[in-house]
Write a protein that binds this ligand. Structure first.
Ligand code: PHE
Length: 344
């Protein structure tokens, strides 16, 4: 019996040393030291031996079972390592390979300029007022002192829509009336807001004009606001936006919703006023329109023009971005060309 045990042990140990897969290892375990394995079964037969042999046999059988259990654990560990190494090789996983770079998005140049503009006006006490892109004819024109069929409408051709009286706004100026009505508390409170957003005009698309573009409207209403406030505030904005030595000029102009009205120019960013191709050799670049809010518009916003006054302006951030970066064609802005966008 003892001989048989030793024989089994040798055989099992030999087999174990040759095993290379975890399935074979599992089978070996079941056949030897498992619940119904040969070694286990032998151990159970100890009781049937003559009493004088029992102790020695039982001791040796237990010893062998422990040795095999230990050897099994070691083998198991070795096989696991080998299998891992093999699967790494087969799967061709090179853990030292650098990861793929995920492209990170960036802000559109127009958005960057808009944010720069918000910051400057915020420092001067103007809050951002968001107003709708889809407007009524009344808001976009009539309440801004532009009656139906008035020739001034020619400055802003609208897109045709199928709903009568509804249009896409051609400028951010209708936001003036929205802001006055919402923040003015019935014409009793001063206002300082900027109104940024997309505008839409039915125009021929060229290097200098698009059918959609951003504007930033500004509006200040107070009891004693004068033209000098408008000039001072816009001059300060231009200096903060384009540099401290920037010169600003106001040219008389006409808008139905401001009186008096002006266009704002700054000295050319590229040639510093010397005259170049971008400023058409004038030394000046136009950045927007402005003026004192017309009494009719103040009234439409709920204010008494005998007591309240205000100034308004509208600037074109795309134009400013073009001037700052020397972009010659406005069509780049909305054509989604990464060769353009990646430069910012
Ligand atoms: N809304 C005018 C335009 O689009 C600009 C403007 C705004 C002029 C406010 C005066 C005051 O041309």
């Amino acid at each position: 019996m003892l001989d048989r045990l030793e024989e089994l042990y040798r055989q099992a140990a030999d087999d174990l040393a040759r095993i290379t897969s975890s399935e074979a290892l599992r089978e070996w375990e079941l056949g030897t030291i498992g619940r119904k394995g040969e070694i286990t079964l032998m151990l159970r037969q100890t009781g049937q031996l003559p009493p004088e042999e029992r102790a020695a046999f039982g001791k040796r059988a237990n010893e062998i079972k422990n040795l095999l259990t230990q050897a099994h654990l070691e083998r198991e560990e070795l096989i696991r390592e080998q299998e891992l190494a093999r699967s790494m090789e087969e799967g061709q996983v090179d853990v030292t390979l650098p990861g793929r770079v995920t492209p990170v998005g960036r802000l559109h140049p127009a958005t960057r300029t808009l944010r720069e503009i918000y910051d400057i006006w915020a420092e001067m006490g103007f809050q951002v007022y968001r107003s709708r892109d889809v407007e009524t004819d009344e808001m976009n024109f009539e309440l801004l002192n532009i009656p139906p069929h008035h020739p001034a409408r020619d400055m802003w051709d609208t897109f045709y829509t199928t709903t009568p009286g509804v249009i896409l706004r051609t400028h951010t100026s209708p936001g003036q009336v929205h802001a006055m009505r919402e923040y003015g508390a019935g014409g009793t409170k001063p206002i300082r807001v900027i109104l940024p957003g997309m505008c839409y005009r039915y125009e021929q698309i060229t290097a200098r004009s698009e059918v959609q573009f951003n504007q930033v409207e500004g509006l200040a209403i107070g009891p004693r606001i004068r033209m000098t406030d408008l000039k001072g505030t816009l001059t300060e904005f231009a200096r903060r936006m384009f540099g401290a030595d920037r010169q600003v000029r106001f040219r008389a102009s006409h808008f139905p919703f401001t009186e008096p009205s002006a266009e704002v120019d700054v000295t050319c960013i590229l040639c510093q006023g010397q005259g170049c191709g971008v400023c058409k050799h004038s030394g000046w670049l136009e950045i927007g329109g402005c003026g004192m809010v017309h009494p009719a518009v103040l009234r439409n916003g709920g204010y008494d023009p005998a007591v309240w006054s205000g100034f308004a302006f509208g600037i074109g951030p795309e134009r400013i971005t073009m001037l700052k970066h020397g972009i010659e064609d406005i069509r780049y802005f909305w054509s989604n060309d990464l060769r353009f966008l990646n430069q910012f």
